[in-house]
Write a protein that binds this ligand. Structure first.
Ligand SMILES: Cc1cc2nc3c(=O)[nH]c(=O)nc-3n(C[C@H](O)[C@H](O)[C@H](O)COP(=O)(O)OP(=O)(O)OC[C@H]3O[C@@H](n4cnc5c(N)ncnc54)[C@H](O)[C@@H]3O)c2cc1C
Ligand SMILES: NC(=O)c1ccc[n+]([C@@H]2O[C@H](COP(=O)([O-])OP(=O)(O)OC[C@H]3O[C@@H](n4cnc5c(N)ncnc54)[C@H](OP(=O)(O)O)[C@@H]3O)[C@@H](O)[C@H]2O)c1
Length: 483
Protein backbone atom coordinates (compact mmCIF):
# COMPACT_ATOMS: atom_id res chain seq x y z
CA UNK A 1 0.00 0.00 0.00
CA UNK A 2 2.82 2.39 0.95
CA UNK A 3 4.58 1.61 -2.36
CA UNK A 4 1.34 2.24 -4.24
CA UNK A 5 1.01 5.60 -2.55
CA UNK A 6 4.59 6.55 -3.47
CA UNK A 7 4.09 5.67 -7.14
CA UNK A 8 0.77 7.50 -7.15
CA UNK A 9 2.24 10.64 -5.59
CA UNK A 10 5.28 10.58 -7.85
CA UNK A 11 3.17 10.20 -10.95
CA UNK A 12 1.26 13.37 -10.07
CA UNK A 13 4.03 15.28 -8.33
CA UNK A 14 4.96 18.78 -9.40
CA UNK A 15 7.15 19.42 -12.42
CA UNK A 16 8.37 22.81 -11.30
CA UNK A 17 9.86 23.36 -7.86
CA UNK A 18 7.99 26.58 -7.12
CA UNK A 19 4.87 26.71 -9.23
CA UNK A 20 1.76 28.76 -8.56
CA UNK A 21 -0.46 26.03 -7.18
CA UNK A 22 -4.06 26.40 -8.22
CA UNK A 23 -6.99 24.13 -7.48
CA UNK A 24 -10.20 24.40 -9.49
CA UNK A 25 -13.25 22.82 -7.86
CA UNK A 26 -15.70 21.55 -10.47
CA UNK A 27 -14.99 20.24 -13.94
CA UNK A 28 -17.83 21.82 -15.89
CA UNK A 29 -17.27 24.49 -18.53
CA UNK A 30 -16.40 27.15 -15.92
CA UNK A 31 -13.75 24.92 -14.34
CA UNK A 32 -12.20 23.87 -17.62
CA UNK A 33 -12.11 27.35 -19.14
CA UNK A 34 -10.51 28.64 -15.94
CA UNK A 35 -7.88 25.89 -16.00
CA UNK A 36 -7.16 26.43 -19.69
CA UNK A 37 -6.71 30.17 -19.26
CA UNK A 38 -4.54 29.80 -16.15
CA UNK A 39 -2.23 27.38 -17.95
CA UNK A 40 -1.95 29.71 -20.95
CA UNK A 41 -1.40 32.89 -18.99
CA UNK A 42 0.95 31.54 -16.29
CA UNK A 43 3.77 29.31 -17.40
CA UNK A 44 4.59 28.45 -13.80
CA UNK A 45 1.05 27.53 -12.84
CA UNK A 46 0.19 23.98 -11.90
CA UNK A 47 -3.55 23.42 -12.03
CA UNK A 48 -5.46 20.61 -10.36
CA UNK A 49 -9.14 20.13 -11.10
CA UNK A 50 -11.24 18.19 -8.63
CA UNK A 51 -14.79 16.98 -9.13
CA UNK A 52 -17.16 15.07 -6.89
CA UNK A 53 -18.03 12.70 -9.74
CA UNK A 54 -15.67 10.07 -11.15
CA UNK A 55 -16.11 11.73 -14.53
CA UNK A 56 -15.46 15.28 -15.75
CA UNK A 57 -17.45 17.80 -17.86
CA UNK A 58 -20.29 18.84 -15.51
CA UNK A 59 -23.49 19.74 -17.32
CA UNK A 60 -21.95 19.07 -20.72
CA UNK A 61 -22.35 15.41 -19.78
CA UNK A 62 -25.26 15.57 -17.33
CA UNK A 63 -27.26 18.58 -18.62
CA UNK A 64 -26.95 18.95 -22.39
CA UNK A 65 -29.68 16.91 -24.03
CA UNK A 66 -28.76 13.53 -25.56
CA UNK A 67 -30.10 14.63 -28.95
CA UNK A 68 -27.62 17.55 -29.06
CA UNK A 69 -24.37 15.66 -29.76
CA UNK A 70 -22.77 18.61 -31.54
CA UNK A 71 -22.87 20.66 -28.31
CA UNK A 72 -20.85 18.00 -26.52
CA UNK A 73 -17.89 18.21 -28.91
CA UNK A 74 -16.40 20.78 -26.53
CA UNK A 75 -15.33 17.87 -24.28
CA UNK A 76 -12.47 17.22 -26.73
CA UNK A 77 -11.10 20.67 -25.92
CA UNK A 78 -11.59 20.03 -22.19
CA UNK A 79 -9.83 16.67 -22.44
CA UNK A 80 -6.82 18.37 -24.02
CA UNK A 81 -6.63 20.59 -20.94
CA UNK A 82 -6.43 17.49 -18.73
CA UNK A 83 -3.60 16.10 -20.87
CA UNK A 84 -1.56 19.27 -20.38
CA UNK A 85 1.63 18.44 -18.47
CA UNK A 86 0.84 21.02 -15.79
CA UNK A 87 -2.77 19.97 -15.28
CA UNK A 88 -4.39 17.05 -13.48
CA UNK A 89 -7.94 15.92 -12.91
CA UNK A 90 -8.99 14.15 -9.73
CA UNK A 91 -12.52 12.77 -9.78
CA UNK A 92 -14.55 11.36 -6.90
CA UNK A 93 -13.28 14.16 -4.66
CA UNK A 94 -16.02 16.23 -3.08
CA UNK A 95 -15.36 19.59 -1.55
CA UNK A 96 -17.25 19.65 1.73
CA UNK A 97 -17.02 15.93 2.41
CA UNK A 98 -13.73 14.51 1.08
CA UNK A 99 -12.05 17.63 2.39
CA UNK A 100 -13.09 21.02 3.71
CA UNK A 101 -12.67 24.42 2.13
CA UNK A 102 -10.13 25.60 4.78
CA UNK A 103 -8.12 22.42 4.17
CA UNK A 104 -8.11 22.99 0.42
CA UNK A 105 -7.15 26.64 0.80
CA UNK A 106 -4.22 25.70 3.01
CA UNK A 107 -2.84 23.45 0.25
CA UNK A 108 -2.97 25.89 -2.69
CA UNK A 109 -2.07 29.48 -3.45
CA UNK A 110 -5.39 29.95 -5.22
CA UNK A 111 -8.64 28.00 -5.10
CA UNK A 112 -11.24 28.64 -7.80
CA UNK A 113 -14.72 27.41 -6.97
CA UNK A 114 -16.61 26.40 -10.11
CA UNK A 115 -18.93 23.78 -8.71
CA UNK A 116 -22.08 25.04 -10.40
CA UNK A 117 -25.64 24.88 -9.13
CA UNK A 118 -26.72 21.43 -8.02
CA UNK A 119 -29.99 22.21 -6.29
CA UNK A 120 -33.32 23.72 -7.31
CA UNK A 121 -35.28 26.89 -6.76
CA UNK A 122 -38.49 26.10 -4.95
CA UNK A 123 -41.94 27.56 -5.46
CA UNK A 124 -42.87 27.57 -1.77
CA UNK A 125 -46.50 26.65 -2.46
CA UNK A 126 -48.71 23.96 -0.88
CA UNK A 127 -48.26 20.40 -2.12
CA UNK A 128 -44.75 20.85 -3.49
CA UNK A 129 -43.61 17.64 -1.74
CA UNK A 130 -46.25 15.35 -3.28
CA UNK A 131 -45.00 12.34 -5.17
CA UNK A 132 -45.01 12.76 -8.93
CA UNK A 133 -43.45 16.24 -8.62
CA UNK A 134 -39.80 16.48 -9.59
CA UNK A 135 -37.39 19.20 -10.50
CA UNK A 136 -36.29 19.38 -14.12
CA UNK A 137 -32.73 18.99 -12.80
CA UNK A 138 -33.56 15.56 -11.39
CA UNK A 139 -35.34 14.52 -14.58
CA UNK A 140 -32.42 15.71 -16.74
CA UNK A 141 -29.91 13.93 -14.51
CA UNK A 142 -32.07 10.81 -14.80
CA UNK A 143 -32.12 10.71 -18.62
CA UNK A 144 -28.46 11.73 -18.79
CA UNK A 145 -27.31 8.93 -16.49
CA UNK A 146 -26.15 11.01 -13.52
CA UNK A 147 -25.57 8.47 -10.73
CA UNK A 148 -27.47 10.56 -8.15
CA UNK A 149 -30.73 10.20 -10.11
CA UNK A 150 -30.43 6.68 -11.46
CA UNK A 151 -33.26 5.56 -9.20
CA UNK A 152 -35.65 8.46 -9.66
CA UNK A 153 -39.14 7.01 -9.44
CA UNK A 154 -41.03 7.82 -12.61
CA UNK A 155 -44.15 5.96 -13.59
CA UNK A 156 -44.47 7.05 -17.20
CA UNK A 157 -46.40 3.89 -18.05
CA UNK A 158 -49.30 5.28 -16.00
CA UNK A 159 -48.81 8.92 -16.93
CA UNK A 160 -50.84 10.62 -19.62
CA UNK A 161 -50.50 14.30 -18.75
CA UNK A 162 -47.44 16.18 -17.61
CA UNK A 163 -47.21 19.80 -16.50
CA UNK A 164 -43.86 21.52 -16.91
CA UNK A 165 -43.56 24.76 -14.93
CA UNK A 166 -41.32 27.33 -16.62
CA UNK A 167 -40.62 28.12 -20.26
CA UNK A 168 -36.82 28.37 -20.36
CA UNK A 169 -34.53 26.18 -22.47
CA UNK A 170 -34.40 23.48 -19.80
CA UNK A 171 -38.21 23.26 -19.88
CA UNK A 172 -38.04 22.89 -23.66
CA UNK A 173 -35.36 20.20 -23.37
CA UNK A 174 -37.46 18.09 -21.02
CA UNK A 175 -40.62 18.60 -23.08
CA UNK A 176 -38.74 17.44 -26.18
CA UNK A 177 -37.38 14.35 -24.45
CA UNK A 178 -40.89 13.45 -23.27
CA UNK A 179 -42.50 13.99 -26.68
CA UNK A 180 -39.89 13.02 -29.25
CA UNK A 181 -40.39 9.58 -30.80
CA UNK A 182 -38.17 7.20 -28.85
CA UNK A 183 -36.88 5.69 -32.07
CA UNK A 184 -35.10 9.03 -32.60
CA UNK A 185 -33.64 8.95 -29.09
CA UNK A 186 -32.51 5.34 -29.33
CA UNK A 187 -29.30 6.21 -31.20
CA UNK A 188 -28.29 9.05 -28.87
CA UNK A 189 -26.32 8.74 -25.63
CA UNK A 190 -29.51 8.79 -23.54
CA UNK A 191 -29.18 6.48 -20.51
CA UNK A 192 -30.58 3.07 -21.22
CA UNK A 193 -32.87 3.00 -18.17
CA UNK A 194 -34.42 6.30 -19.35
CA UNK A 195 -34.89 5.08 -22.90
CA UNK A 196 -36.59 1.91 -21.67
CA UNK A 197 -38.96 3.92 -19.43
CA UNK A 198 -39.75 6.42 -22.20
CA UNK A 199 -40.45 3.56 -24.61
CA UNK A 200 -43.32 2.43 -22.43
CA UNK A 201 -44.57 5.93 -21.61
CA UNK A 202 -48.29 6.68 -21.99
CA UNK A 203 -47.79 10.44 -22.09
CA UNK A 204 -50.14 12.17 -24.51
CA UNK A 205 -50.24 15.77 -23.33
CA UNK A 206 -47.54 18.07 -22.07
CA UNK A 207 -48.32 21.57 -20.78
CA UNK A 208 -45.57 24.19 -20.71
CA UNK A 209 -46.67 26.81 -18.22
CA UNK A 210 -45.26 30.35 -18.15
CA UNK A 211 -46.19 33.02 -15.64
CA UNK A 212 -45.66 35.68 -18.31
CA UNK A 213 -46.54 35.88 -22.01
CA UNK A 214 -45.14 34.84 -25.39
CA UNK A 215 -43.20 38.10 -25.56
CA UNK A 216 -41.33 37.13 -22.39
CA UNK A 217 -40.80 33.36 -22.89
CA UNK A 218 -37.31 32.57 -21.54
CA UNK A 219 -36.31 30.10 -24.27
CA UNK A 220 -34.28 30.76 -27.42
CA UNK A 221 -35.38 30.39 -31.04
CA UNK A 222 -33.30 27.35 -32.01
CA UNK A 223 -34.59 25.31 -29.06
CA UNK A 224 -38.18 26.45 -29.64
CA UNK A 225 -38.01 25.59 -33.34
CA UNK A 226 -36.80 22.14 -32.44
CA UNK A 227 -39.69 21.35 -30.09
CA UNK A 228 -42.24 22.82 -32.49
CA UNK A 229 -40.78 20.62 -35.21
CA UNK A 230 -41.33 17.29 -33.41
CA UNK A 231 -42.87 14.81 -35.80
CA UNK A 232 -46.65 14.58 -35.73
CA UNK A 233 -47.07 16.84 -32.71
CA UNK A 234 -50.14 18.98 -32.12
CA UNK A 235 -49.10 22.37 -30.71
CA UNK A 236 -51.71 24.35 -28.77
CA UNK A 237 -51.23 28.09 -28.40
CA UNK A 238 -54.13 30.39 -27.72
CA UNK A 239 -54.16 33.24 -30.23
CA UNK A 240 -55.58 35.62 -27.63
CA UNK A 241 -52.35 35.21 -25.63
CA UNK A 242 -50.45 36.67 -28.56
CA UNK A 243 -52.03 40.11 -28.33
CA UNK A 244 -49.27 42.57 -27.60
CA UNK A 245 -49.53 45.55 -25.24
CA UNK A 246 -47.46 48.70 -25.79
CA UNK A 247 -45.22 47.52 -22.93
CA UNK A 248 -44.65 44.22 -24.78
CA UNK A 249 -43.81 46.15 -27.96
CA UNK A 250 -41.28 48.18 -26.02
CA UNK A 251 -39.68 45.05 -24.53
CA UNK A 252 -39.54 43.31 -27.90
CA UNK A 253 -38.08 46.35 -29.63
CA UNK A 254 -34.91 46.00 -27.58
CA UNK A 255 -34.56 42.23 -27.70
CA UNK A 256 -33.88 40.39 -30.93
CA UNK A 257 -34.01 36.90 -29.31
CA UNK A 258 -37.42 37.56 -27.72
CA UNK A 259 -38.73 38.94 -31.04
CA UNK A 260 -37.68 35.76 -32.83
CA UNK A 261 -39.30 33.57 -30.16
CA UNK A 262 -42.50 35.60 -30.31
CA UNK A 263 -42.62 35.27 -34.12
CA UNK A 264 -42.16 31.50 -33.93
CA UNK A 265 -44.93 31.16 -31.35
CA UNK A 266 -47.25 33.34 -33.45
CA UNK A 267 -46.53 31.28 -36.52
CA UNK A 268 -47.17 28.04 -34.64
CA UNK A 269 -50.46 29.39 -33.26
CA UNK A 270 -51.81 30.25 -36.69
CA UNK A 271 -50.41 27.44 -38.80
CA UNK A 272 -51.49 24.49 -36.66
CA UNK A 273 -54.62 22.42 -37.20
CA UNK A 274 -57.57 23.58 -35.09
CA UNK A 275 -57.76 20.49 -32.89
CA UNK A 276 -55.58 17.43 -32.26
CA UNK A 277 -56.28 13.99 -33.73
CA UNK A 278 -56.97 11.31 -31.14
CA UNK A 279 -53.66 9.52 -31.88
CA UNK A 280 -51.52 12.66 -31.70
CA UNK A 281 -49.20 13.82 -28.93
CA UNK A 282 -50.01 17.33 -27.76
CA UNK A 283 -47.89 20.19 -26.49
CA UNK A 284 -49.83 23.11 -24.98
CA UNK A 285 -48.22 26.45 -24.22
CA UNK A 286 -50.04 27.96 -21.26
CA UNK A 287 -49.15 31.63 -20.85
CA UNK A 288 -50.04 34.14 -18.11
CA UNK A 289 -50.52 31.54 -15.36
CA UNK A 290 -48.52 30.93 -12.22
CA UNK A 291 -48.65 27.87 -9.96
CA UNK A 292 -50.70 28.41 -6.82
CA UNK A 293 -50.79 24.89 -5.28
CA UNK A 294 -50.59 21.20 -6.14
CA UNK A 295 -53.62 19.00 -5.59
CA UNK A 296 -53.45 15.57 -4.02
CA UNK A 297 -55.21 12.35 -5.07
CA UNK A 298 -55.71 11.41 -1.42
CA UNK A 299 -52.69 9.08 -1.42
CA UNK A 300 -49.94 11.67 -1.53
CA UNK A 301 -49.63 11.76 -5.33
CA UNK A 302 -50.14 14.87 -7.42
CA UNK A 303 -53.35 14.92 -9.39
CA UNK A 304 -53.49 18.51 -10.66
CA UNK A 305 -51.80 21.90 -10.57
CA UNK A 306 -53.90 24.88 -9.59
CA UNK A 307 -52.83 27.89 -11.60
CA UNK A 308 -53.63 31.53 -10.99
CA UNK A 309 -54.15 33.73 -13.99
CA UNK A 310 -51.70 36.61 -14.12
CA UNK A 311 -51.51 40.07 -15.62
CA UNK A 312 -48.26 41.83 -16.39
CA UNK A 313 -47.23 45.04 -14.67
CA UNK A 314 -44.21 47.22 -15.31
CA UNK A 315 -41.82 47.50 -12.37
CA UNK A 316 -39.77 50.37 -13.70
CA UNK A 317 -36.85 48.20 -14.86
CA UNK A 318 -38.20 47.78 -18.37
CA UNK A 319 -39.12 44.20 -17.49
CA UNK A 320 -42.75 43.38 -16.76
CA UNK A 321 -43.58 41.10 -13.86
CA UNK A 322 -46.53 38.72 -13.40
CA UNK A 323 -49.17 39.58 -10.79
CA UNK A 324 -51.94 37.17 -9.76
CA UNK A 325 -55.47 38.18 -10.71
CA UNK A 326 -57.38 35.95 -8.29
CA UNK A 327 -58.77 33.80 -11.11
CA UNK A 328 -57.89 30.10 -10.86
CA UNK A 329 -57.81 27.09 -13.14
CA UNK A 330 -56.73 23.47 -12.51
CA UNK A 331 -54.76 21.34 -14.97
CA UNK A 332 -55.04 17.64 -14.25
CA UNK A 333 -51.82 15.67 -14.51
CA UNK A 334 -49.99 12.68 -13.07
CA UNK A 335 -46.53 14.25 -13.18
CA UNK A 336 -45.09 17.75 -12.72
CA UNK A 337 -41.60 18.91 -13.63
CA UNK A 338 -40.55 22.18 -12.03
CA UNK A 339 -38.24 23.95 -14.44
CA UNK A 340 -37.96 27.30 -12.70
CA UNK A 341 -34.19 27.40 -12.36
CA UNK A 342 -31.26 25.75 -10.62
CA UNK A 343 -29.75 26.87 -7.31
CA UNK A 344 -26.19 26.78 -5.95
CA UNK A 345 -25.47 25.53 -2.46
CA UNK A 346 -22.68 26.76 -0.19
CA UNK A 347 -20.04 24.55 1.43
CA UNK A 348 -19.04 25.16 5.07
CA UNK A 349 -16.93 28.25 5.50
CA UNK A 350 -17.89 29.83 2.17
CA UNK A 351 -19.49 33.29 2.16
CA UNK A 352 -22.81 32.96 0.39
CA UNK A 353 -25.57 35.29 -0.74
CA UNK A 354 -28.65 33.20 0.02
CA UNK A 355 -30.95 35.74 -1.59
CA UNK A 356 -29.20 35.71 -4.97
CA UNK A 357 -27.96 32.10 -4.63
CA UNK A 358 -24.38 33.02 -5.54
CA UNK A 359 -21.02 33.52 -3.85
CA UNK A 360 -20.54 37.26 -3.28
CA UNK A 361 -17.68 38.35 -5.49
CA UNK A 362 -16.11 41.17 -7.41
CA UNK A 363 -14.96 40.03 -10.83
CA UNK A 364 -14.46 36.53 -9.46
CA UNK A 365 -12.71 37.51 -6.18
CA UNK A 366 -14.73 36.08 -3.29
CA UNK A 367 -15.88 38.66 -0.76
CA UNK A 368 -15.97 37.93 2.97
CA UNK A 369 -19.70 38.66 3.17
CA UNK A 370 -22.58 40.17 1.23
CA UNK A 371 -22.32 43.73 2.54
CA UNK A 372 -21.29 46.04 -0.28
CA UNK A 373 -18.03 47.07 1.41
CA UNK A 374 -16.75 43.65 2.33
CA UNK A 375 -13.07 42.64 2.29
CA UNK A 376 -11.73 40.00 -0.08
CA UNK A 377 -11.05 36.37 0.85
CA UNK A 378 -7.43 36.16 -0.25
CA UNK A 379 -6.67 33.35 -2.65
CA UNK A 380 -10.34 32.38 -3.11
CA UNK A 381 -12.09 32.86 -6.44
CA UNK A 382 -15.31 31.80 -8.10
CA UNK A 383 -16.47 31.16 -11.65
CA UNK A 384 -19.48 29.94 -13.66
CA UNK A 385 -22.99 29.40 -12.31
CA UNK A 386 -21.75 29.63 -8.73
CA UNK A 387 -20.49 33.13 -9.52
CA UNK A 388 -23.22 34.51 -11.79
CA UNK A 389 -26.28 32.42 -10.97
CA UNK A 390 -27.76 29.59 -13.06
CA UNK A 391 -27.99 31.27 -16.44
CA UNK A 392 -25.95 31.30 -19.59
CA UNK A 393 -24.80 28.82 -22.19
CA UNK A 394 -21.49 26.95 -22.23
CA UNK A 395 -19.67 29.78 -24.02
CA UNK A 396 -20.81 32.33 -21.41
CA UNK A 397 -18.47 30.58 -19.00
CA UNK A 398 -15.54 31.35 -21.27
CA UNK A 399 -15.93 35.09 -20.65
CA UNK A 400 -16.69 34.44 -17.02
CA UNK A 401 -13.44 32.44 -16.64
CA UNK A 402 -11.47 35.13 -18.43
CA UNK A 403 -12.64 37.68 -15.86
CA UNK A 404 -11.73 35.45 -12.92
CA UNK A 405 -8.30 34.62 -14.36
CA UNK A 406 -7.58 38.31 -14.95
CA UNK A 407 -8.37 38.91 -11.26
CA UNK A 408 -5.96 36.14 -10.25
CA UNK A 409 -3.26 37.63 -12.49
CA UNK A 410 -3.79 41.08 -10.99
CA UNK A 411 -3.52 39.58 -7.50
CA UNK A 412 -0.18 37.98 -8.41
CA UNK A 413 1.07 41.30 -9.78
CA UNK A 414 -0.07 43.11 -6.63
CA UNK A 415 1.61 40.58 -4.35
CA UNK A 416 -1.66 39.30 -2.88
CA UNK A 417 -0.81 35.84 -4.20
CA UNK A 418 2.81 34.87 -3.55
CA UNK A 419 3.90 31.85 -5.61
CA UNK A 420 7.34 31.78 -3.95
CA UNK A 421 5.64 30.94 -0.64
CA UNK A 422 5.77 27.14 -0.65
CA UNK A 423 2.43 25.31 -0.70
CA UNK A 424 1.93 21.53 -0.65
CA UNK A 425 -0.42 21.64 -3.68
CA UNK A 426 -1.02 18.36 -5.49
CA UNK A 427 1.21 16.20 -3.28
CA UNK A 428 -0.49 17.53 -0.17
CA UNK A 429 -3.93 16.99 -1.65
CA UNK A 430 -3.22 13.40 -2.63
CA UNK A 431 -1.63 12.67 0.73
CA UNK A 432 -4.67 14.02 2.57
CA UNK A 433 -7.09 12.08 0.37
CA UNK A 434 -5.05 8.93 0.71
CA UNK A 435 -5.02 9.28 4.52
CA UNK A 436 -8.82 9.45 4.34
CA UNK A 437 -9.12 6.52 1.97
CA UNK A 438 -10.77 8.63 -0.71
CA UNK A 439 -10.68 6.66 -3.93
CA UNK A 440 -9.40 9.30 -6.32
CA UNK A 441 -10.22 8.84 -10.02
CA UNK A 442 -7.53 10.50 -12.15
CA UNK A 443 -8.16 11.42 -15.78
CA UNK A 444 -6.54 8.24 -17.10
CA UNK A 445 -9.09 6.25 -15.11
CA UNK A 446 -11.96 8.36 -16.39
CA UNK A 447 -10.65 7.35 -19.82
CA UNK A 448 -11.27 3.75 -18.83
CA UNK A 449 -14.88 4.59 -18.02
CA UNK A 450 -15.08 6.45 -21.31
CA UNK A 451 -13.74 3.44 -23.28
CA UNK A 452 -16.14 1.09 -21.55
CA UNK A 453 -19.11 3.38 -22.25
CA UNK A 454 -18.15 3.66 -25.90
CA UNK A 455 -17.74 -0.09 -26.16
CA UNK A 456 -21.17 -0.71 -24.63
CA UNK A 457 -22.66 2.00 -26.86
CA UNK A 458 -21.26 0.42 -30.02
CA UNK A 459 -23.23 -2.73 -29.21
CA UNK A 460 -26.45 -0.70 -29.36
CA UNK A 461 -25.63 1.68 -32.17
CA UNK A 462 -25.21 4.53 -29.68
CA UNK A 463 -22.21 6.87 -29.27
CA UNK A 464 -21.93 5.62 -25.70
CA UNK A 465 -23.92 3.76 -23.09
CA UNK A 466 -23.48 5.76 -19.93
CA UNK A 467 -22.65 3.89 -16.76
CA UNK A 468 -25.22 5.32 -14.42
CA UNK A 469 -24.51 3.97 -10.95
CA UNK A 470 -21.67 4.88 -8.62
CA UNK A 471 -20.74 1.24 -8.37
CA UNK A 472 -20.51 0.69 -12.14
CA UNK A 473 -18.56 3.91 -12.61
CA UNK A 474 -16.03 3.15 -9.90
CA UNK A 475 -15.64 -0.42 -11.07
CA UNK A 476 -14.95 0.71 -14.64
CA UNK A 477 -12.55 3.37 -13.44
CA UNK A 478 -10.61 0.55 -11.83
CA UNK A 479 -8.36 2.81 -9.79
CA UNK A 480 -6.40 -0.13 -8.40
CA UNK A 481 -4.70 -0.45 -11.79
CA UNK A 482 -2.68 2.61 -10.82
CA UNK A 483 -0.57 0.61 -8.39
C1 LIG B 1 -30.36 20.87 -18.58
C2 LIG B 1 -29.36 21.83 -19.16
C3 LIG B 1 -29.06 21.78 -20.52
C4 LIG B 1 -28.14 22.68 -21.06
N1 LIG B 1 -27.89 22.62 -22.40
C5 LIG B 1 -27.03 23.50 -22.93
C6 LIG B 1 -26.76 23.46 -24.33
O1 LIG B 1 -27.32 22.63 -25.08
N2 LIG B 1 -25.87 24.36 -24.84
C7 LIG B 1 -25.24 25.28 -24.03
O2 LIG B 1 -24.41 26.05 -24.54
N3 LIG B 1 -25.49 25.34 -22.70
C8 LIG B 1 -26.36 24.48 -22.14
N4 LIG B 1 -26.62 24.54 -20.81
C9 LIG B 1 -25.91 25.53 -19.97
C10 LIG B 1 -24.50 25.03 -19.54
O3 LIG B 1 -24.56 23.67 -19.26
C11 LIG B 1 -23.99 25.83 -18.32
O4 LIG B 1 -23.81 27.18 -18.74
C12 LIG B 1 -22.67 25.33 -17.77
O5 LIG B 1 -22.61 23.93 -17.64
C13 LIG B 1 -22.37 25.93 -16.38
O6 LIG B 1 -21.05 25.59 -16.07
P1 LIG B 1 -20.46 25.43 -14.60
O7 LIG B 1 -19.08 24.94 -14.80
O8 LIG B 1 -20.68 26.67 -13.83
O9 LIG B 1 -21.35 24.30 -13.88
P2 LIG B 1 -21.50 22.74 -14.16
O10 LIG B 1 -21.44 22.43 -15.60
O11 LIG B 1 -22.70 22.32 -13.40
O12 LIG B 1 -20.22 22.07 -13.47
C14 LIG B 1 -20.10 21.98 -12.07
C15 LIG B 1 -19.23 20.77 -11.71
O13 LIG B 1 -18.94 20.84 -10.30
C16 LIG B 1 -19.03 19.54 -9.75
N5 LIG B 1 -19.32 19.67 -8.32
C17 LIG B 1 -20.48 20.04 -7.74
N6 LIG B 1 -20.35 20.11 -6.41
C18 LIG B 1 -19.06 19.76 -6.13
C19 LIG B 1 -18.32 19.66 -4.93
N7 LIG B 1 -18.86 19.94 -3.74
N8 LIG B 1 -17.03 19.25 -5.01
C20 LIG B 1 -16.46 18.97 -6.21
N9 LIG B 1 -17.12 19.07 -7.38
C21 LIG B 1 -18.40 19.48 -7.35
C22 LIG B 1 -20.13 18.86 -10.54
O14 LIG B 1 -20.03 17.45 -10.49
C23 LIG B 1 -19.87 19.43 -11.95
O15 LIG B 1 -19.00 18.58 -12.67
C24 LIG B 1 -27.52 23.65 -20.23
C25 LIG B 1 -27.83 23.70 -18.86
C26 LIG B 1 -28.74 22.80 -18.33
C27 LIG B 1 -29.08 22.86 -16.87
N1 LIG C 1 -29.78 24.54 -25.75
C1 LIG C 1 -29.30 25.46 -24.94
O1 LIG C 1 -28.56 26.34 -25.33
C2 LIG C 1 -29.69 25.40 -23.50
C3 LIG C 1 -30.42 24.33 -23.00
C4 LIG C 1 -30.78 24.31 -21.66
C5 LIG C 1 -30.39 25.37 -20.84
N2 LIG C 1 -29.67 26.39 -21.36
C6 LIG C 1 -29.34 27.56 -20.54
O2 LIG C 1 -29.26 27.24 -19.17
C7 LIG C 1 -29.75 28.34 -18.39
C8 LIG C 1 -30.79 27.83 -17.39
O3 LIG C 1 -32.00 27.50 -18.06
P1 LIG C 1 -33.40 27.36 -17.27
O4 LIG C 1 -34.42 27.01 -18.24
O5 LIG C 1 -33.17 26.51 -16.06
O6 LIG C 1 -33.61 28.82 -16.65
P2 LIG C 1 -34.29 30.16 -17.24
O7 LIG C 1 -33.92 30.40 -18.64
O8 LIG C 1 -33.94 31.20 -16.23
O9 LIG C 1 -35.87 29.88 -17.20
C9 LIG C 1 -36.54 29.75 -15.98
C10 LIG C 1 -38.05 29.73 -16.24
O10 LIG C 1 -38.70 29.54 -14.98
C11 LIG C 1 -39.65 30.59 -14.78
N3 LIG C 1 -39.76 30.85 -13.34
C12 LIG C 1 -38.78 31.22 -12.48
N4 LIG C 1 -39.27 31.34 -11.24
C13 LIG C 1 -40.60 31.04 -11.31
C14 LIG C 1 -41.65 31.00 -10.36
N5 LIG C 1 -41.43 31.27 -9.07
N6 LIG C 1 -42.88 30.65 -10.79
C15 LIG C 1 -43.11 30.36 -12.09
N7 LIG C 1 -42.16 30.39 -13.04
C16 LIG C 1 -40.91 30.73 -12.66
C17 LIG C 1 -39.11 31.76 -15.55
O11 LIG C 1 -40.13 32.69 -15.81
P3 LIG C 1 -39.83 34.29 -15.86
O12 LIG C 1 -39.19 34.52 -17.20
O13 LIG C 1 -41.15 34.91 -15.69
O14 LIG C 1 -38.87 34.58 -14.72
C18 LIG C 1 -38.62 31.04 -16.81
O15 LIG C 1 -39.68 30.73 -17.66
C19 LIG C 1 -30.32 29.34 -19.36
O16 LIG C 1 -29.41 30.39 -19.56
C20 LIG C 1 -30.51 28.53 -20.63
O17 LIG C 1 -30.45 29.30 -21.80
C21 LIG C 1 -29.32 26.43 -22.66
Amino acid sequence: MAMCRMIFLRRFSSISSNPLRVCVVGSGPAGFYTAEKMLKRHEAAQVDIIDRLPMPFGLVRSGVAPDHPETKIVVNQFSRVCHHERCSFFGNVMLGSSLSLPELRSLYHAVVLAYGAESDRSLGIPGEDLSGIHSAREFVWWYNGHPDCRNLELYLKNTQKVVILGQGNVALDVARILLRPTVELATTDIANHALATLQESSIRKVYLVGRRGPAQAACTAKELREVLGIKDLYVGISESDLLKTPADEEELKNDRIRRRVYELLSKAATSNQSSPRSDQHELHFVFFHKPDRFLDDGHGHVTAVRLEKTALRGNGSGKQIAIGTGEFQDIECEMVLKSIGYKSVPVDGLPFDHQAGVVPNVRGRVLCDTSGESAIEEGLYVCGWLKRGPTGIIATNLYCAEETVVSISEDIDRGVLVPSLPKPGRDGLLQLLDDRNVRVVPFSNWEKIDSEERRLGSLRNKPREKLATWDELLRASDTNQLC
